[in-house]
Design a protein around this ligand. Structure first.
Ligand SMILES: C[S@@+](CC[C@H](N)C(=O)[O-])C[C@H]1O[C@@H](n2cnc3c(N)ncnc32)[C@H](O)[C@@H]1O
Length: 603
């Protein structure tokens, strides 16, 4: 089962929230898990339609009008991908219930009662549910980095509620404010930490927005604990989405997560944004906050509560995760925004993307900054100089703000050009580490001997990162990519790096099999799909092609686990493959994200 129905009805807030803290996210978060008694029945829909038609006819004054029966509000079902954060949460809640010997029935909330409370803002039932709860013991941490705990159901004695607590760590004792109710869990804000988990290390916090911003959410963990947590996320993903592989003992020991060489100042792209406030005139008189989303309404870090303001978007003037030049760019663009905000009619996002220039040491740096970049208050392009000692080159970093401008990244001695707004991996420091790992895990010997030709297919190749970085060890590379723009950059990048054995195809990944001409037993395949993972059609054709080795790289380990199980258990030749290794790469330190690499070998 690759998708299932979840619920969507996010309206349960306390009056306080409604008046002061109404945010888009409070409107949009979906509810999961309750399929019974939820959708509006067909008869009700018809009746609403009929009523509409009746109301347009002329009323007969002799007939007494019947008092209208108040409509019962019901949940609306919404399809959610099981491997999306909402889908994964369902597995995590079930896992918690299992560990606590509780059934789903025992934590089911009466959402209908809240929905139909007299006032959905501060009616008596709403206020019972949306309350402060003291001395809550945090039991688990989710793959999204939130604490999970159990609290008593405030309305139905004997029943419990599963509560999500942002910034809660297993072992913490906390006070919380519940503000939203879903059928199988409630959401809360952290008010106070009464007893600290041994994992909690406040002395490590560097981000002044920590505890409010959705950015550096794991900063209060040692880096080692962050890596362990990401390994657990990968193990759980396979437990949830590849249960047959677990049951049949087909999974290897999960590797330790590979650290990022930089744990701060690594992001090469950030996108601060602002919302248009709800004002009648649609004309800004005050600069709106420009930055990143606030994570709930936490109050636990009393000293820093005022920093960044209190709106749903925090006003952020520094990003500890972004590179130095992006932070300089942020200062420049904020200054510009201060002067220009009145011209905006709606909210907008500002792109800040790092660009690299290989310097000629005999010439002054400013002379070599020929491409546009974010400028300082004197109108000069801001830059930072960096030495690449390994390749003995001097680099200048600038900050590009135009999404159509071509930018350059320098990875492992190769240069890559792409449009600033297009996809490119976001942590330059870890790229040489992962490209080497991928290279080392391609087929390196054949049954027939060392001298046989070897080939590489790079599915979802983007602008050619893995194709080009792996091109030396193989005779021929075929890359496939849906974005024609990225393919044209991949071709240009191969040429500019003097790589002559790469060919790129525009199209869906499965288009590859129309023209593939390499011997499958001497071909390795790299898969690096978007978050949703691979199509079943592609996986079937991949199995029919039957390559010697598969290196599956993924930014969503949950869809990776699902695809790996499908490939091994549901496709023609899948059973001929063995999983050699699975391990994470920490592309995003201080956040819950993890890149997972699974290596499969035909045996
Ligand atoms: C995670 S990125 C990886 C890109 C590249 N491997 C890299 O590391 O720079 C996924 C890429 O898959 C492409 N893509 C998305 N759906 C696709 C499909 N159905 N077939 C082929 N490519 C697709 C996207 O345009 C994107 O460039």
């Amino acid at each position: 089962m690759r998708q299932f129905w979840l619920l969507q009805r996010p309206i349960f807030r306390s009056s306080l929230y409604f008046r002061h803290n109404l945010t888009k996210s409070h409107y949009c978060a979906p509810i999961f898990g309750m399929t019974e008694n939820i959708t509006t029945p067909a008869s009700t829909v018809k009746q609403i339609g009929d009523n509409k038609r009746l109301s347009s006819t002329v009323a007969d004054p002799t007939k007494q009008t019947k008092a209208k029966k108040p409509k019962l509000r019901r949940y609306k079902a919404k399809k959610v991908d099981a491997t999306s954060p909402m889908g994964v949460l369902e597995f995590e809640v079930n896992d918690l219930l299992k560990s606590q010997d509780l059934s789903r029935e025992q934590v089911l909330n009466d959402v209908t009662a809240i929905l139909n409370d007299k006032s959905r803002v501060d009616g008596p039932i709403v206020l019972q549910y949306h309350r402060e709860v003291k001395n809550v013991k945090v039991l688990e941490i989710t793959s999204n980095g939130n604490g999970l705990a159990l609290i008593d159901n405030p309305v139905e004695p004997g029943k419990k509620q599963v509560v999500i607590i942002p910034f809660g760590l297993p072992g913490d004792m906390v006070n919380i404010k519940v503000f939203k109710t879903h059928p199988y869990y409630v959401e809360s804000d952290l008010l106070d930490v009464i007893e600290k988990s041994p994992m909690r290390r406040d002395d490590l916090i560097r981000d002044k927005y920590f505890g409010k911003s959705s950015g550096s959410q794991l900063e209060f963990l040692t880096y080692d604990d962050q890596l362990k947590l990401k390994r657990k996320t990968i193990m759980n993903a396979y437990k949830f989405f590849a249960p047959r592989l677990v049951a049949e003992n087909l999974l290897p020991q999960f590797g330790t997560t590979v650290a990022s060489p930089l744990q701060f100042g690594y992001r090469t792209k950030i996108t601060p944004h602002f919302d248009m406030p709800r004002i009648k005139e649609k004309k800004l008189t005050e600069r709106p906050p420009l930055g990143f989303g606030q994570k709930g309404r936490p109050q636990w870090r009393k000293d820093t509560l005022h920093i960044g303001g209190h709106a749903s978007i925090l006003d952020i003037d520094e990003c500890v995760l972004a590179t130095e030049v992006l932070n300089i760019g942020l200062t420049n663009e904020r200054r510009k925004f201060e002067e220009e905000f009145k011209n905006y009619k709606k909210g907008a996002t500002i792109l800040l993307r790092e660009n690299t220039i290989i310097l000629d040491p005999s010439k002054p740096t400013p002379e070599q900054l020929t491409e546009e970049g974010s400028r300082d208050e004197n109108g000069n392009i801001s830059y930072v100089e960096v030495e690449d000692e390994e390749h003995n080159v001097k680099l200048a970093k600038t900050c590009v703000t135009n999404s159509r401008q071509i930018v350059t990244e320098y990875v492992d001695g190769y240069t890559f050009n792409f449009s600033a707004g297009e996809f490119f991996q976001n942590n330059n420091a870890i790229l040489p580490v992962i490209t080497k790992y991928v290279r080392d895990n391609l087929q390196n010997s054949t049954k027939d001997g060392e001298n046989e030709s070897r080939f590489l297919v790079d599915a979802y190749c983007g602008s050619g990162l893995f194709s080009i970085c792996s091109s030396k060890g193989v005779d021929k590379v075929i890359g496939v990519e849906i974005s024609a723009d990225s393919v044209s950059f991949a071709e240009k990048n191969a040429k500019a790096n003097g790589v002559e054995n790469c060919r790129f195809i525009v199209g869906k990944a499965e288009k590859l099999f129309e023209s593939i001409d390499t011997a499958s037993d001497r071909t390795s395949v790299i898969l690096d799909p978007p978050r949703k993972g691979c199509d079943e059609l592609f996986l079937k054709q991949l199995a029919a092609y039957n390559p010697a080795k598969i290196v599956y790289i993924s930014c969503n380990v949950h869809s990776q686990a699902r695809d790996v199980e499908y490939f091994l258990k549901e496709t023609e030749n899948g059973s001929a493959y063995q999983i050699e290794s699975i391990r994470g790469f920490d592309f995003f330190p201080q956040t819950h994200h993890v890149e997972s690499v699974c290596i499969m070998k035909r045996v």
